[in-house]
Design a binder for this molecule. Structure first.
Ligand SMILES: [Fe+2]
Length: 187
């Protein structure tokens, strides 16, 4: 990638071998440094802005996967007004904004998960994340139910690191308007 990550190809691999409680803060540090790195910003992030102005949905612009699936680094582009559904992940994750600002809404799950396709959520907090604002982290499953989007008027770009999957599915999507949850079937 022409960055410190390329110079240390095993950095993420080593981090992702650690238990979650050790891996997550280390991944957060890697991201905090990466999104401030001029070479990374110039080569991987700034060129995305041109396309972002003409795109209506958020998308993953680049994805770097470990051969064994133990980790993944992904660059997300958030055109103005775009955002995800409420979802979780079957891995831990960390992300930092490299350009612009994203809004994250985080949710607590109130039910015990015993009823199929049922989930009752309560909004816990929301925060704006910008390059100066640090790194957001999520645990797998109920420990990281969130929605991320860009309510602003200029594009945002964020960089995400995901650890090893703990389940076959990528994660779940939630619809709190009908207390519904299902396995995610698309990227
Ligand atoms: Fe997410």
């Amino acid at each position: 990638m022409g960055t410190s990550l390329a110079n240390s190809p095993n950095v993420l691999g080593s981090i992702c071998e650690l238990p979650t409680e050790s891996a997550l803060p280390r991944a957060a540090c890697v991201l905090a440094d990466l999104v401030k790195e001029p070479a990374f910003l110039g080569s991987q992030i700034v060129p995305l802005l041109g396309e972002a102005r003409y795109t209506e949905c958020w998308y993953v612009a680049s994805r770097y996967e470990a051969h064994d699936g133990a980790h993944s680094l992904q660059v997300f582009v958030w055109p103005p007004g775009t955002g995800t559904r409420i979802h979780d992940h079957s891995s831990w994750g960390a992300y930092a904004c490299a350009l612009g600002t994203v809004l994250e809404e985080r949710y607590d799950r109130l039910d015990d998960g015993s009823k199929a396709e049922h989930a009752r959520l309560r909004k816990a907090w929301q925060l704006h994340w910008s390059p100066e604002g640090g790194t957001s982290t999520v645990l797998s499953g109920d420990g990281g139910i969130h929605r991320v989007g860009n309510p602003g008027t200029t594009p945002a770009v964020s960089v995400h690191i995901y650890g090893p999957h703990t389940e076959e599915v990528d994660g779940r999507d939630y619809d709190p308007s009908r207390d519904y949850v299902c396995d995610r079937t698309e990227g």
